[in-house]
Design a protein around this ligand. Structure first.
Ligand code: SF4
Length: 260
């Protein structure tokens, strides 16, 4: 089975399909995964691999490593579009997430003021006051909503808590008053004999209602790109993604970015 993707706290820069030249900040362990979801498509593998032994990095360590990397990149004349919180799990689970966001913004301002700060989050902590405060500070507050249908979300994202349901996530996302980007992974396939497809008309209608309620600044639709832990998942063809995107735009008036 696929295991952790990132073996360091600061990784890259890498070229991101959606974000450009991106320097990654992994607030989860370097040798394990911690997430409040356990998505069938997670590039970091399933949660079953365990949290590893390194623990989460300390705030001071993140700051020191990022400062060093940014100075090194600047000295080498490297370009940087974005500093992205992602990695081996859910970044907002870090107990000092808010403080680290402050540090990262301050380092960005000093070294690459033109670069954006992006958080890729699964939105399960988007109701926690300190997380809300931090997410409101970043340039790109990207929050996941793969399905507005409870059984589909539970099938694809497999939340570790039984209390995580689309209705609650949608309520939390509404509270950002539009200062968020909703990202939706479009996926088809099968898991344990159950068909998975969040691209059906009923699924898209439910997502449209959710997008209308949340009113994000943008919607990102994408599909799987690499090997996934559930090997019976398939990429949604780009023509289907574009057709779905046009339909969502027509119904909501919200810009939909497609990454295939
Ligand atoms: S939310 Fe992200 S990190 Fe967590 S399991 Fe899903 S894809 Fe992986």
């Amino acid at each position: 089975m696929q295991t952790v993707l990132f073996t360091s706290t600061i990784f890259g820069p890498i070229h991101s399909r959606r974000l450009g030249t991106s320097l990654g900040v992994n607030l989860m362990p370097n040798d394990g995964k911690i997430c409040s979801f356990d998505c069938l498509y997670c590039e970091a593998g399933y949660n079953a691999q365990g949290p590893g032994t390194t623990g989460v990095p300390k705030r001071e360590t993140v700051k020191k490593l990022l400062k060093h990397k940014l100075e090194e990149m600047k000295a080498a004349g490297q370009k940087l579009d974005v500093i992205t919180f992602s990695g081996n799990g859910e970044p907002t689970l870090h107990p000092q997430f808010k403080e680290i966001v402050h540090d990262v913004i301050s380092l960005r301002d000093q070294h690459y003021p033109e670069a954006k700060v992006t958080v890729l989050s699964n939105a399960t902590m988007a109701g926690k006051p300190s997380v809300i405060a931090a997410l409101k500070l970043v340039d790109n507050n990207v929050l996941k909503l793969d399905s507005a249908v409870a059984h589909t979300l539970r099938l694809i994202n497999r939340p570790t808590s039984p209390n995580v349901l689309p209705a609650g996530i949608i309520e939390d996302l509404k509270a950002f008053n539009g200062k968020c980007i909703v990202q939706t992974m479009m996926v088809r396939g099968e898991h344990d004999g159950v068909i998975i497809d969040n691209t059906t008309d009923a699924e898209i209608d439910a997502l449209i209602n959710a997008y209308l309620a949340i009113a994000p600044q943008e919607i990102m639709l994408y599909t799987i790109d690499r090997k996934t832990p559930e090997e019976k998942l398939v990429k949604v063809p780009v023509d289907d993604l574009k057709r779905i995107a046009r339909h969502i735009e027509a119904k909501t008036g919200i810009y939909v970015q497609v990454t295939a």
